[in-house]
Design a protein around this ligand. Structure first.
Ligand SMILES: Cc1cc2nc3c(=O)[nH]c(=O)nc-3n(C[C@H](O)[C@H](O)[C@H](O)COP(=O)(O)O)c2cc1C
Length: 217
């Protein structure tokens, strides 16, 4: 195992080449810059660019995080969906403060978003749920995300039962399935530089205005 530990220590990072980042030409709204960067990520074939880390805090104030799928971005915020029964769901119901993080290594870009996660209305949740694949819907219908499972084979059995239920009830919706909108008040765009002169541009919502600031790397 020591040679693997050596490999960790010898691993290189941020070698580039990376795209340039013209901070002068950035838009007023951070969601617009996010979409511009997303387009660049797509053009560079970033693997799963819509996978992001969602951080939450529990009742004791301790942080927690996991990877989720970004479902959409518009002028109001960034969207993700999950079960309110899950660990993160319970944390969100108690404290809506969240952080999102995207890291696209091939283009040396990181985006950090902080804000509040707001539940969308019932109709939107239902629409989102019914748009999901059959297996994903069947798993959600088990309604046990993040609770303890006795043995892995219980999963297979429960899934089989829900899949067969969906055959007769294709419009069944998991009651806990919820789309959340993250309304941001801080968004940072981080661009790596091969010579370590990384560029950090932060958008802060001050009152109703987005104020842009450069940060030391
Ligand atoms: C690439 C990827 C995408 C995922 N997307 C979602 C998602 O959109 N919604 C979700 O609830 N869990 C998703 N998961 C699973 C979560 O990471 C996590 O295991 C699960 O939501 C339970 O988290 P919790 O115990 O903190 O509630 C995804 C995992 C990965 C690796």
């Amino acid at each position: 195992m020591n040679h693997i530990r050596n490999k960790i220590q010898d691993s290189k990072t941020l070698l580039g080449p990376f795209p340039t980042f013209d901070v002068e030409g950035t838009p007023y709204f951070p969601n617009e810059l996010f979409l511009e960067w997303f387009q660049v990520a797509l053009a560079h074939d970033v693997h799963e660019p819509h996978a992001m880390t969602l951080s939450t805090v529990n009742k004791e104030g301790a942080p927690d995080s996991r990877v989720l799928i970004l479902k959409d971005v518009d002028e109001e915020g960034w969207y993700f969906a999950t079960s309110t029964n899950s660990e993160k769901g319970k944390q969100l119901m108690n404290n809506s403060d969240v952080a999102l993080n995207f890291y696209w290594s091939i283009i040396g870009r990181q985006i950090r978003i902080r804000g509040k996660a707001m539940k969308m209305d019932e109709e939107t949740n239902v629409k989102d749920f019914l748009n999901r694949g059959k297996v994903a819907r069947a798993i959600s219908l088990i309604e046990k995300q993040s609770s303890i499972i006795d043995k892995q084979s219980d999963f297979e059995e429960a899934l089989k039962a829900r899949l067969s239920y969906l055959e007769d009830h294709p419009d069944e919706v998991a009651a806990s399935w919820t789309l959340f909108k993250v309304v941001a008040d801080e968004v940072e765009f981080w661009q790596a530089d091969e010579n370590r002169q990384h560029i950090r541009l932060k958008y802060d919502l001050e009152g109703r205005d987005w104020i842009k600031k450069l940060l030391w790397a």
